[in-house]
Design a protein around this ligand. Sequence first.
Ligand SMILES: Cc1cc2nc3c(=O)[nH]c(=O)nc-3n(C[C@H](O)[C@H](O)[C@H](O)COP(=O)(O)OP(=O)(O)OC[C@H]3O[C@@H](n4cnc5c(N)ncnc54)[C@H](O)[C@@H]3O)c2cc1C
Length: 415
Amino acid sequence: MDRRHFMKSSIMAALANPIQAMAQSKTMKIKKGHIAVIGAGAFGGWTAHHLLKKGYDVTLLDVFGPGNSRASSGGDSRVIRGIYGEDKIYVDLVARSFKLWKRYQKQWQQSLYFPTGALWFFQVDDTYAQKSLPIVNQAGLKSEQLSKKEVEKKFPQIDLNGLKSFYFEHEAGYLPARHCCQVVLENFVKKGGEYKQLAVEPGKILNNKLSELILSDGSKLNADSYVFACGPWLSKVFPDALKDIITPTRQEVFFFGTPYGDSSLFESNMPVWVDFGKKIWYGIPGADWRGFKVADDTRGAEFDPTSGDRTASETGLESARNYLAKRFPSMKDAPLLESRVCQYENSPDGNYIIDKHPEAENTWVIGGGSGHGFKLGPALGEFVADRVIGNKGIDSFFALSRFNNDLDKKTQFNP
Ligand SMILES: Cc1cc2nc3c(=O)[nH]c(=O)nc-3n(C[C@H](O)[C@H](O)[C@H](O)COP(=O)(O)OP(=O)(O)OC[C@H]3O[C@@H](n4cnc5c(N)ncnc54)[C@H](O)[C@@H]3O)c2cc1C
């Protein structure tokens, strides 16, 4: 039995075991209150984890499962990096996330974080990285500017033509995304959290409170608070209150085979990379032996996360091939190993949404990862949990009120 099947069956076995279920319901009774979290992706899974850790009785629900193939967290790998322009709030959350990824991979004895470093290269203005450098270094994430000569010497496998400046982040790397979501759930259940694989609809809002959840098995669930972390589906769950807040877009990702006998593009010799030009390309070399990952960060067409066609396009493939041939010449004519179509769940300004539902004070809406949410999962879950239980106030940076006057704020770069 492979690792994933083993984990899935152990979660299911834990749920099916009546003694464990009794033990679970006993622990539930003594908890501080009952919170239901809807969505077991990077945002919901980690939020559920932290709420449970803080002594709450938590039910986590997901219609398709943690890191499923339709979810935004359902990819093989996601970049973790600290350079975030001038947004100190993200840099601080990433710094905290690095600590938590490391802590939990040790505690749970699972590989969750692969530190390859990250190389950023700019064909265009590099203010984004330049201004970030002091902020990331102050947060303890060692990062530096490199000269072209240094990069040429260190990474001869990259064609530096047209590139003007270079930055290297030492702690950056990648996270095996869907595996991480499964591990979070597995440990949530082990610690007494309750998981239900069901579709959820919010019940009625009465007297400024959500009354209950309606579940796809016909049952209802009552909790003291509700956290909706439904990724690209968030606006669909609350079509009136969150109408144009989340726009899922179609994103294509390609995995290519590196040349036989050439290890220069293996992750042991090649960091995660981001190439800023007219377009932004980024990639991860070889995570989980899927191949050399390449993706164009440009927002694609609007996409339905449930029924959208997940076949990659010929034009997308051609564009990836042309890019690769230029920047990584040994990859010219590289065989395509796999392609995936996923969706970014974009907020209007590319920043997250962490706020109460405008009409229900016991209900939180969490999302808008906008192509950069995965890495922050552990710190974001902690950040959300603190707000849901009232330890900290809503942060205006993530509040819905920022869209009151302007839903057309521009999405920024954020892989
Ligand atoms: C191609 C691609 C590349 C990316 N690269 C990076 C990267 O390099 N670094 C990075 O940090 N981030 C990256 N991201 C972004 C990141 O993956 C997402 O922002 C993050 O995973 C979002 O997590 P989430 O929990 O909000 O959403 P999701 O993972 O989509 O989770 C939402 C969950 O809610 C469940 N759900 C929805 N509606 C219901 C309902 N009614 N009832 C029950 N369950 C429901 C779904 O089944 C799903 O599991 C990338 C995204 C994509 C698509």
